[in-house]
Design a protein around this ligand. Structure first.
Ligand code: HEM
Ligand code: HEM
Length: 223
């Protein structure tokens, strides 16, 4: 089964493309995270009351699926190696890009987990629903003293906040690098993360594409 999946993915990765599963994970999660950043910020400005509570319920309902998607994506990423592309050199820029990918994965887990902890540590926890539909349990904090709950709340809130700040720094770097590689360097990095265009309809003629030299061996895709 895993071998068959790898074979299927290899047909994409050997052409410097992420598999359709990888592409779907990327854009669905990118959209959800960007929504959460905007909605979370908006929610933090609503005066205390019913509207704010409702807005946080929406924030949680959208945020909890990110945790499940992160688990599935992480498992997928462990099983299915990503592609090598023009931007994969042994230089610092590649290392930096991979470091940012790791930071994203930390945020994919850290934000929902700390959000869930905050929600569970409040004195009168409201109900939580995955995607607004499926009931989601509270973490078992109800036996804790008020002081312990308060400490968990403080720690989770601080981590949530700093993960948000981290995302606000690394997302522009990530998006900026993707655009720079595409428009400036004419590398195939962004194209590998977009739905595939048949050669006949491709607006960028082959000579316009400039592979970076020297390429390092395609060992990631071969793994
Ligand atoms: C990737 C997913 C998430 C992102 C990007 C995100 C983003 C944000 C942002 C931008 C804020 C406002 C700034 C701040 O106070 O830190 C915020 C606050 C908050 N988020 Fe999230 N969030 C995510 C997931 C979740 C989840 C799943 C929950 C609950 C289950 C949650 C619960 C909260 C709460 C309770 C606050 C208010 C914190 C406070 O009172 O200071 N978040 N989030
Ligand atoms: C909206 C503009 C965005 C563009 C144009 C973009 C573009 C790309 C490209 C071209 C890659 C492939 C990089 C490579 O293989 O070296 C990539 C990978 C990745 N991007 Fe984005 N991205 C965007 C937004 C985001 C956001 C908002 C997040 C996270 C919140 C994100 C998380 C990731 C992750 C984790 C990877 C690594 C793929 C994996 O192995 O799972 N991206 N992105």
């Amino acid at each position: 089964m895993i071998r068959a999946l790898r074979e299927w993915a290899r047909r994409h990765t050997e052409r410097s493309r992420y598999s359709p599963v990888g592409v779907a994970f990327h854009w669905i999660m990118a959209f959800l995270v960007l929504f959460q950043l905007g909605w979370g910020y908006y929610t933090s400005w609503i005066p205390a009351g019913g509207d704010k509570l409702y807005a946080y319920q929406v924030h949680s309902a959208v945020g909890l699926p990110i945790l499940l998607l992160a688990l599935a994506r992480f498992a997928w990423r462990l099983l299915i190696p990503g592609p090598m592309n023009d931007a994969d050199t042994q230089g610092w820029q590649s290392q930096f890009a991979y470091a940012i990918h790791y930071v994203f994965y930390i945020a994919f887990f850290g934000l929902p987990l700390t959000g869930w902890a905050m929600w569970s540590a409040t004195a009168e926890p409201g109900p939580l629903y995955l995607a607004g539909v499926v009931p989601w349990p509270q973490l078992p904090f109800d036996q804790l003293s008020l002081e312990q709950s308060w400490r968990i709340m403080q720690a989770a809130e601080t981590i949530h906040f700093w993960l948000v700040i981290t995302l606000l720094i690394v997302i522009p770097l990530h998006v900026g690098a993707a655009l720079k590689h595409h428009f400036w360097d004419r590398h195939d990095v962004l194209r590998g993360m977009l739905p595939e265009i048949p050669d006949a309809e491709d607006p960028r003629a082959a000579p316009q594409h400039r592979p970076r030299e020297p390429r390092i061996p395609n060992e990631k895709a071969a793994g």
